[in-house]
Design a protein around this ligand. Structure first.
Ligand code: ADP
Ligand code: MG
Length: 704
């Protein structure tokens, strides 16, 4: 019997409770279990010398106890110092410990430990490692080639209450069935497509990935460059391509209102703008207008670096909709960004007699009902807002175009939901999605195969590149002097406080503290403060004062990442930049360098930096283009993280990484072409089965 027909309940030790847990993870059959692939491995195959450890490593180490003491700091803990033959050291830390453990870790005892290395307050440490007390005193062979008895241990993605040991037990049984009946798992990729890749057969690849053989090259498996991983990555990318292509093909059957060249509004805005469009802006505008003029809904992704001038392109697209008697909605991910858009659009469109409605989460009661009424009556032609735009009670009179800013925070699902929202008599609105995280075209094709792409690859003229410098916070005084002299010379500056994102309260506090300190030390400067806890009503005047040049220095949290445009601001200090990702730093930095004076960004970091943080800051100093930065970011963090696909609920890849596996992207695209060319019912079923195997029954992909 086919393995996708055997329910997990047929396996040993799978009762109703476990089956229910698995069902929630979309695992119902033995085949589903086989495709539940390890997220990573623990490498217990070699001992690492203590001197080679880094923050974040998950390693097996061995050493002799040279000191042990119970410390009574904020929390009682047992600290044990290990030293190995090569002279390296490591501290172990336990918060819970028994007398037996204390004795087992006495002076001179040899321990073997497995755990994660963390940067502690003073030194690298391992908190609560798994400890093996070695009876004999001969050192294990330490070093790169020296293998010990335990091989790579697979670690499965899991949820609360499901132990790794359970996963191993389940996959053991599934793998045993597969070994006995290799044909019971159909290889849905035809030989004509799979064979030329020269990769292992599907069932073999699955075996290797779940249970790496003792002689398997560890590094290749961990980095997923092993042929077995590549085979599965290929299948996954193929399934993904097929799903997105299907979406795209289905679009051909959808209808939209054709928004052709009908009026004079676009021309009037172009004439009124204080600048001519750049060549790149003109090109993408043509691409957009061509789509809008069609009777199929546009689905276009507009990429462009920070400051490339996407907003005016969006305004012109919106005008085209208005010219044709339709409404356009512009949605932004944050209040602040939405506010900024509303202002830009108001300045450009209201002189043309266009009414702009504004909907945000803050609007309640009468104000909101009034706005809703004007939107429903079609009196507001352009609507700007946050997610609030797409709540149940918002009805549009004739929505012709939806524009979404900052695509990476919205996923495929949301794209679909928005499209539904504006559906009117079977006609869907056109969609334009704007992002400032430009990604290489090949990657975009792999990840957004359901979208058409437009790229603004040119900045408006007259921008002076920003000089970026990294300064340790031990030189904070000098930096403050720098602010004093820049502002003394008539410039304005930003001082950005960063903190881990989860805590808005802490972040706000950090900004309050910084502002108090700076006000104390820079008494001759006019200093404003904005952060997420400052109410919009109070934030507004501060921002306005800064924009009007009535403030010299704006102390802020990362809320100013988006939405601020003050050309006279030419200096930005970012405190603790090591806490932020590259893309976010680049966005922040984009707030300066908007005028014609030379601008500076000072990265006021806190030493010591991790290797990754050091590299991020180096990239930022070296590169000024968002494309180069996105590229570096992708290389450092992988596509899933950068595109935010995980958070956004977009089809995240389980093990493929279109960037790392870029050689396979082309092959997957060609494979998809081949499969889609087969229009027989069997061909269609095969495609459906492949999509189902890798993407599950997510509605998004099944139908629209
Ligand atoms: P982003 O692409 O980051 O959204 P914006 O649309 O905010 O960029 O544009 C940044 C600034 O550049 C704005 O002040 C905008 O008015 C201005 N701008 C846009 N296009 C041009 C152009 N062709 N020439 C000069 N300035 C422009
Ligand atoms: Mg923008």
């Amino acid at each position: 019997m086919a393995l996708d027909q055997i329910p997990v309940t047929g396996l040993k030790r799978v009762g109703p409770k476990l089956a229910e847990r698995l069902r929630k993870l979309r695992i119902q059959t033995v085949a589903d279990l086989l495709f539940h692939l390890p997220a990573r491995y623990q490498d217990r195959s070699r001992l690492r010398p203590l001197a080679t450890l880094h923050d974040g490593d998950e390693v097996l180490v061995e050493g002799v106890v040279v000191d042990a003491q119970i410390s009574h700091g904020r929390r009682r803990s047992l600290k044990v110092w290990l030293r190995d033959e090569a002279g390296g050291g490591l501290m172990l830390r336990f918060f819970h410990f028994s007398r037996v453990q204390i004795e087992g870790m006495g002076m001179g005892k040899r321990l073997r430990c497995f755990g994660e290395v963390r940067q502690g307050p003073q030194t690298l440490e391992m908190v609560h490692p798994e400890v093996q007390y070695r009876v004999d005193d001969t050192p294990g062979a330490v070093g790169d080639g020296a293998a010990v008895d335990v091989p790579l241990t697979p670690i499965y993605p899991s949820t609360e209450g499901l132990q790794q040991i359970t996963w191993r037990g389940l996959t053991d049984q599934a793998l045993a069935l597969l070994a006995a009946h290799p044909r019971a798992l159909s290889d849905l990729v035809p030989a004509a497509i799979a064979d030329p890749l020269g990769l292992p057969a599907l069932h073999r690849a699955i075996e290797i990935v779940h249970r790496p053989p003792a002689d398997a090259p560890v590094q290749a498996l961990v980095e997923r460059r092993h042929p077995a991983c590549l085979r599965l990555a290929f299948d996954e990318m193929l399934a993904h391509q097929l799903a997105l292509r299907r979406l795209r093909a289905q679009r051909r059957h959808l209808m939209a209102a054709a928004l052709g060249d009908g009026g004079t509004l676009c021309g009037r805005l172009l004439a009124a703008l204080p600048f001519p469009l750049t060549g790149a802006q003109r090109r993408v505008l043509q691409e957009i207008q061509r789509d809008l003029a069609g009777a199929r809904p546009m689905m276009r992704l507009l990429q462009g670096d920070v400051g490339a001038g996407k907003t005016v392109v969006a305004a012109l697209a919106a005008l085209r909709a208005v010219e044709c008697g339709r409404q356009a909605a512009l949605m932004a991910p944050t209040e602040l960004l939405a506010e900024q858009h509303r202002k830009s659009l108001a300045a450009w469109l209201e002189p043309l007699g266009i009414e702009i409605a504004w909907l945000s989460g803050r609007h309640k009661g009468a104000e909101r009902s009034a706005a809703l009424a004007r939107i429903a009556a079609g009196e507001s032609q352009v609507i700007v807002g946050t997610h609030a735009l797409f709540q149940q009670d918002v009805a549009f009179a004739a929505l012709g175009l939806v524009i979404i800013d900052e695509q990476h925070r919205f996923g495929v699902h949301q794209r679909m939901a928005l499209r539904e929202k504006g559906a009117d008599g079977g006609r869907l609105p056109h969609q334009l999605i704007m992002t400032a995280t430009p990604i290489p075209r090949s990657l975009a094709m792999a990840v957004y195969a359901d979208l058409d792409l437009s790229v603004i690859d040119e900045l408006p003229p007259g921008r002076t590149p920003i000089k970026t410098v990294a300064v340790p916070d031990s030189r904070r005084d000098e930096v403050i002097e720098r602010v004093r002299s820049a502002c003394g010379a008539g410039r304005q500056a930003y001082w950005v406080c960063t903190l881990v994102e989860e805590s808005e309260a802490l972040q706000a506090q950090a900004a309050e503290d910084a502002a108090a300190d700076l006000r104390e030390r820079l008494q001759d400067l006019r200093i404003g403060l904005v952060h997420g806890r400052v109410k919009a009503g109070e934030r507004e005047p501060v921002m306005a004062a800064f924009a009007a040049g009535e403030l010299d220095l704006l102390v802020a949290t990362t809320v100013i990442e988006v939405g601020v445009d003050v050309p006279n601001a030419s200096l930005m200090i970012i405190e603790n930049p090591e806490r932020l990702g590259l893309a976010q730093l680049h966005q922040l930095r984009g707030r300066v360098g908007r005028g014609d004076v030379e601008s500076f960004c000072l990265l006021l970091y806190h030493a010591p930096l991790t290797a990754a943080a050091r590299e991020r800051l180096a990239i930022l100093r070296r590169e000024t283009s968002g494309f180069a930065i996105a590229d570096a970011d992708l290389r450092m963090r992988g596509a899933g993280e950068v595109l935010g696909t995980r958070q956004a609920g977009m089809a995240a890849f389980r093990l493929a990484d279109p960037l790392r596996d870029k050689d396979l992207v082309r092959a997957a695209q060609q494979g998809a072409d081949q499969l889609l060319a087969d229009r027989s019912p069997a061909g269609g079923e095969r495609i459906t089965a492949l999509i189902h195997r890798w993407l599950g029954d997510r509605e998004t992909y099944g139908h629209i």
